[in-house]
Write a protein that binds this ligand. Structure first.
Ligand SMILES: [Zn+2]
Length: 622
């Protein structure tokens, strides 16, 4: 039910039919077209304070310059609003941040001192998905200029990023979002360097991500909201949302989101005339009746990074792309408004949840307990709960274009009871050590840990120590690049050995609030580990080789000296035809068993230290 559906219905009838069509079209529009009955505009807005989107009746969204100009007007007109820049994009644009606070609490220290919660709202990480920008500007206007929502910052400091992907935003045009029903023109998904910022949260390749991490470390917000627009299926909801619900996220944070967001905010947003649902991923995109799969995040995503590594609740808002822009912006506004209302009503419960999550993570590295397993990844099971899906009628037919079954969405409502697959089990977990130790030559790794705000110590003398680590095998790189990197898969076999780490190596104490982040970055099996993102690729490269005629002589010598090795070799040749047919593999069999073989090949240089250590070290200043 896109615009084109509306238009074709319009054009296909004569004059008499037109009246009927107009009537039906209006009925359709009010029922399903997204002016979901009851959505309101902001109260009492003088015309000179209408946002750029409001002024165009939501046909347009403002460019970067116009957004900055409106933000500057807000800051100039209200002592509650400040506009600052928190960094620079690849192309050199300033990254804007509006700080909205009463009583002059414009710094993290002042906010903490006043016991206020800090809420970070982000828009346009995908620059074509601009609802958050237009909703946030309207909300700040209503808080600080017309003061119809002034109470929303009584006990909260609002940080608002109106456009995060500023370079992508200025790649402005009508053809950037094929699935989306307006605005007329919009920004582009990736940065000017071709990176999707919403996959960059761990590897932090983009300057925008580096700036974001500085902002996060400085403010340590208590709550984070990221504003998006869906792709995917058609249905009646104008607002969908997601947050992390499983064991890999801190329990106190999950509970807070269930109780406060789902228990209180969602009903309030619905009462305002929105139709709200958990994020919809169809199990079979040609057949909604087959049910819905829950989306589960990893730390590469903004709303994965925050709860899974930084112990804070994060809300993903996904407005429905086919609804009119007004409905999407106003729906986003309502979610932001009622979320802020809730944290003002009860800031203590949020602070308590955040503190509990920080304390839990901070306690792990104090002693080693092999039974204490921290979940780093979960995977969906077949388990499901019944879910009443508010969809639209559809039919399925064989397409002569694709040759496959296609779905054709119609406009009448259809309620379907479908399975919502929202159960998951832990697939990767580790027992946190006391420390990780990183050799000093892995500078990009150390520098990245620092950018994430991890506290570290540099040792001032060599350290010989028992460590746990990993030996990798079955290492395979993906066939194509992803986000500027080539990801790899592997099996990591745990090993235990004594190693000497040189002076200048970096100790990463796990006993800090960033413990989850440290595990995610340094445990190779974690879904977004630095090994997976390719930060350690050189350890998988063989550097020395033996010529075949040299290995021939080596093999003969080894067989002569060790009859058991000869047996082992012959047994392998007999049982493994692939091996038997591979001359190189047969020679390598001996090379790998000789002292010439590189013992450091496929060996993880980072160590896990399980016992207290005494070594001279200094704190690394971020
Ligand atoms: Zn998005």
């Amino acid at each position: 039910m896109s615009r084109s559906h509306f238009r074709s219905a319009w054009l296909s009838v004569g004059l008499w039919g037109k009246c009927v069509t107009i009537g039906l079209a209006f009925l359709w529009f009010f029922m399903f077209g997204g002016i979901i009955y009851g959505q309101h505009e902001s109260p009492a807005v003088p015309s000179d304070w209408m946002t750029p989107a409001e002024r165009t009746d939501y046909r347009e969204t403002p460019r970067y310059a116009e957004t900055i100009a409106f933000s500057e007007r807000l800051a100039a007109a209200s002592p509650w609003v400040r506009l600052v820049h928190f960094g620079e994009s690849g192309e050199g644009r300033a990254l804007p941040l509006l700080i909205v606070a009463k009583d002059g609490t414009f710094t993290p220290e002042a906010a903490r001192k006043a016991s206020k919660v800090v809420v970070l709202i982000q828009a346009c990480i995908h620059a074509g998905e601009s609802e958050g920008k237009d909703a946030g500007l309207a909300l700040i206007r209503d808080i600080a200029i017309t003061k119809t929502r002034a109470e929303l910052i009584d006990r909260a400091v609002l940080l608002f990023i109106p456009i995060y992907n500023v370079d992508g935003h200025e790649r402005f045009g009508p053809y950037n979002r094929i699935n989306q029903n307006g605005p007329a023109e919009m920004g582009w998904r990736a940065t000017s360097a071709g990176l999707n910022l919403n996959r960059d949260y761990i590897k932090a390749d983009a300057p925008e991500t580096r700036a974001w991490l500085r902002l996060w470390n400085e403010w340590q917000p208590d709550l984070f909201i990221d504003c998006h627009t869906t792709d995917g299926a058609d249905f009646r909801y104008n607002i969908t949302y997601q947050f992390e619900r499983h064991e890999n996220a801190p329990m106190s944070i999950r509970q807070w989101m269930r109780e406060i967001f789902e228990g209180r905010v969602v009903p309030a947003v619905e009462a305002e005339g929105n139709l709200v649902s958990p994020y919809i991923v169809l199990h079979d995109e040609t057949d909604p009746a087959r049910g819905i799969d829950e989306f589960i995040s990893t730390p590469r995503f903004a709303t994965g990074y925050v709860p899974l590594t930084r112990n804070r609740p994060a809300l993903l808002i996904e407005t429905h792309m086919l609804k009119p822009y007004r409905s999407r912006v106003r729906g986003t506004y309502d979610v932001l408004r009622f979320m802020l209302a809730e944290v003002n009503r009860d800031p203590a419960s949020l602070i308590k949840a955040v503190r509990a999550a920080d304390e839990e993570a901070g306690s792990w590295g104090r002693s080693y307990d092999p039974q204490r397993r921290v979940a780093l990844e979960v995977e969906p099971t077949e388990g499901s709960v019944p879910f009443l899906f508010k969809g639209v009628r559809y039919r399925r037919e064989l397409s002569e274009i694709s040759g496959a079954v296609r779905i054709i969405y119609e406009s009448e409502p259809l309620d379907l009871e479908v399975p919502l697959r929202n159960q998951a089990r832990v697939s990767v977990s580790v027992a946190p050590p006391l420390y990780y130790i990183v050799p000093p030559q892995w500078k990009s790794v150390i520098e990245l840990l620092a950018a994430h705000g991890v506290m570290m110590r540099r040792i001032e003398e060599p350290l010989t120590v028992e460590v746990e680590s990993y030996r990798f095998r079955d290492v395979k790189w993906a066939p194509s690049s992803f986000e500027g990197r080539v990801l790899l898969s592997f099996v990591a076999d745990p090993i235990h050995e004594r190693r000497t780490y040189p002076r200048g190596s970096v100790l990463v104490p796990v006993a800090q609030p960033a413990a989850r982040l440290i595990l995610h970055m340094l445990e190779p099996q974690a879904p977004d580990s630095l090994v997976r993102w390719g930060f350690f690729n050189a350890i998988f490269e063989q550097k020395e080789y033996g010529e075949d005629y040299v290995l021939e002589n080596l093999a003969r010598r080894m067989i002569a000296e060790d009859p058991k090795l000869k047996e082992e070799f012959e047994e392998r040749v007999a049982r493994d035809p692939k091996f038997a047919a591979d001359a190189r593999a047969r020679l390598r069999f001996f090379y790998q068993r000789s002292p010439y073989w590189d013992a450091q090949l496929n060996l993880y240089p980072v160590g896990r230290i399980l016992n207290p250590i005494a070594v001279r070290s200094i704190e690394l200043k971020p």
